[in-house]
Design a protein around this ligand. Structure first.
Ligand code: ZN
Length: 274
């Protein structure tokens, strides 16, 4: 199987998850994780201001000190899930030894980070996964989903409880959840990335042309049929979304639930089998 360039190997995910969980339990044992409090604890300063479209977040090392820049552009306030995630991501660059040391030794220059999960840069994937794991610690998530059947409502419930975005919640769920799921991000008809639980039965997308979203899918409906949106779980079949190796998989029934952003021409699909 070829490596999915939009995801990290499992051993690395486990290391990052353990690191994040340790920090969450150390400082927020029975409370919601507050990344701003961690800044204080680590002695990192920050600014929250409008930087246009330059970045969502940026960690800078200057004169022996770390500083985080958080972009307030088109966000309501600094506690919305998106900014919480951006800050958790920048904290990842500080807490992960290799990242912090590279910044200190100036092996890498400060890089703009975007909270859209669209990067295939390894350091960005690591900081993203760390951020999801910090805000949604594994043991708490496992406890919340214990004996619960997977549904999109469950993801919304967890996202509301931990003040995380749906995307961040799905990514963490895919890595440790109790039900295999696939998450696919499509922007402007093109599949940007996908991530899946280890035990999800299919690993390849049945794309057309230049990685274009397949037609007979809920995401495809939005892009090919004048922006049709569905708030329900849509039924799709294995061959609609995935490349099928075994003929017996034709007609295998899945559910697809989408979230949309018209402004960004963006659809996030989550796909699961009953
Ligand atoms: Zn980053």
């Amino acid at each position: 199987m070829t490596k999915n360039k939009f995801d990290l190997p499992n051993y690395r995910k486990n290391e990052l998850s353990d690191l994040a969980e340790f920090i969450a339990d150390e400082y927020f044992y029975d409370s919601l994780i507050c990344p701003y409090k961690l800044l204080k604890i680590y002695g990192i300063t920050y600014s929250f201001a409008d930087y246009g479209n330059a970045f969502d977040g940026l960690l800078e090392y200057r004169a022996g000190k770390f500083h985080v820049y958080l972009n307030s552009h088109s966000v309501k306030h600094k506690y919305v899930p998106r900014v919480r995630f951006t800050l958790a991501h920048e904290l990842g660059h500080y807490v992960i030894d290799e990242h912090r040391n590279a910044l200190k030794k100036r092996l890498v220059s400060p890089h703009p980070s975007f909270t859209n999960f669209a990067s295939d840069n390894e350091a960005e994937l690591e900081a993203d996964f760390f951020a999801s794991s910090l805000l949604l610690p594994k043991a708490r998530l496992l406890n919340d989903i214990y004996k619960r059947k997977f549904s999109f409502n469950l993801i919304e419930e967890i996202a509301a409880k931990y003040q995380t975005s749906i995307a961040a919640t799905l990514i963490k769920f895919a890595s440790i959840g109790n039900h295999p799921i696939m998450i696919i991000c499509t922007i402007n008809r093109q599949i940007k990335w996908f991530k899946y639980s280890e035990d999800f039965p299919f690993k390849y997308i049945n794309y057309t042309g230049a990685f274009l979203v397949p037609h007979n899918t809920a995401a495809g409906e939005y892009f090919y049929e004048n922006g049709i949106k569905s708030t329900e779980d849509e039924i799709v079949f294995a061959q609609d979304w995935f490349r099928i190796g075994d003929r017996n998989d034709y007609g295998r029934k899945f559910y697809e639930h989408c979230i949309y952003s018209d402004k960004n021409d963006f659809v996030l699909s989550v796909i699961w089998e009953d």
